[in-house]
Design a protein around this ligand. Sequence first.
Ligand code: B12
Ligand code: SF4
Ligand code: SF4
Length: 361
Amino acid sequence: MTAALDTGTVRQLARACGFELAGVAAAVPSTDRARYHEWVAAGFAGEMRYLTDRRAGVRDDPRNLLASAQSMICVGKLYQTPWPYSTQWNDRERAWISRYAWGADYHDVVRRGLEQLDGVLRQRTGPGYESKICVDTAPLLERSYARMAGLGWIGKNTCLINQPLGSWFVLGELLVSLRMEPGYLLDPPPPDRCGTCTRCIDACPTAAIVPGGRDPLGRDFTIDSRLCISYFTIELRGTVPEAQRSEIGSHVFGCDICQDVCPWNRRAPVTAEPAFAPREFAPPLERLAAVTEPEFRSMFHGTPVTRARYAGFLRNVAVAMGNAGLAKFREPLERLAASQDTAVAEHAHWALQRLICGPGC
Ligand code: B12
Ligand code: SF4
Ligand code: SF4
C-alpha cells in the first residue's frame, strides 16, 4: 500500500529539488500521439532513427516505460543566464553555441534533481512505490505531457512556453506508481498565448517552422528537422545540405533564434543553478578549428556539446568559418581540408571556396 500525495505537495517537493516548474499528468496515452506519427510519416524526423524505429510506438503509452505507472510528475528547470541572445550578437570570429549547452549537461543536472525527488517520494509512500526517471532520451512525448501537467503551452516554434518564465527551461519526468490528481483536473492546460504573433516563423533562417496541417485555419506549426540548424549541427552525421549551409551563420552547436525573438522570453528569469553558468561564452572559431580530439573531449566534457562528436563539430566549425568569410580563416580551413574525415574535408573545401569568391557562390 502507498500513502496518497497531492499535486500541491509534489510541486513543493519538486521545487525543493531545484525545479522551478512542476505538475502532474496522468500516465495514459497522450491525445497528441497521432500528431507524432503524422510528423514521422511526413519525414520531419530526418535521419533521427531513435524517433522513427520501434521506439516511435513506445511513445504511444508511458506505461511502456513503467508498467505500473499511474502518474507522471513533469518538471522544468531554467537554464537562462545573463548573456546576450544570438540575435544581439554579431562577431564573425566567434562560434555560437546554443544557450542550453554553455554549462553542465542538463541530462545530468535534471536526473540528479529527479533522483532526489524520487528518494523523498519513496520515503513518504513506503513499499509498493515504483518509479522511472526520464530526461529527454526516453521515448516519451515530453512536451505533450508537460502541457497537460500545466507547465505551459506549445508555441508556434514548438517549444513549451510558460507565461511568467518564458521557454528557457528543459524538461524531465518521474513516472510513478502513485495515483495523484493530475494538474489538468485541477486547472485546464494553459491556453495558447501566441495569438497572431509570427516572430519565430519570420526569424527562422532556414524556414524550418512549417504548417503542421492539423488546424484548418493554419495556426498549427511544427518543425521540419531536415531544415533546422539545431538538427544539422547536433544530430545530423555526415553532410549538411549545401542549400542550407550559408543560413547556419556562426552556429556550431544548436540554435536559439526562434526562442531569442519570442516576446515571452523578453523578461525570462535567470537560473539559480550554478552548473549552467557558461564555461566560455562564444569561443573563437580559430581556436576551435585547431582542437585535437582529446582536447575536444576535455574542453566539452560534461556538456551537451560532445553529442555532436569531434568530426561533426569540426564540420560545423568549417561551415561557420566559411560563413564568416574572413581571410584569416584560410590557413585553419586548409588544415581542416586535409582532414582524414571526408565530411570535415568537404565542408572545409566549401568554406575555402566562399573565402575566394564570396558568400554568393
Ligand atoms: C527530436 C528533438 C529535437 C529535434 C526536433 C525538434 C522538434 N520540435 O520536434 C531537433 C534536433 C530539431 C530539436 C531541436 C531543439 N530542441 Co529538442 N528535442 C527533441 C526530442 C528528443 C523529441 C521531440 C519530438 O518528439 N519531436 C516530434 C514532434 C512531433 O514533437 P513535439 O514538437 O514535441 O510535438 C508534440 C507535442 O508537443 C504536441 N504538439 C505540438 N504542437 C502542438 C500544438 C498544439 C496546439 C497542441 C495541442 C499540441 C502540440 O504534439 C506533438 C506530438 O506529441 C525532445 C525530448 C522528448 N523526448 O520529447 C527534445 C526537446 C523537445 N528539445 C528541447 C530543446 C531545448 C531543443 C532546442 C531548443 C535545442 C537548441 N537550442 O538547439 C531546439 C529547439 C528547436 C525547436 N524549435 O523545436 C527541449 C524543449 C524544452 C521546451 N521548453 O520546450 C526538449 C523537450 C528536451 C528536454 N528534455 O528538455 N529537438
Ligand atoms: S532552432 Fe533555429 S533553425 Fe530550428 S526552427 Fe528554431 S530558428 Fe529555425
Ligand atoms: S515568437 Fe510568437 S509565435 Fe513564436 S512561439 Fe513566441 S509568441 Fe508564439
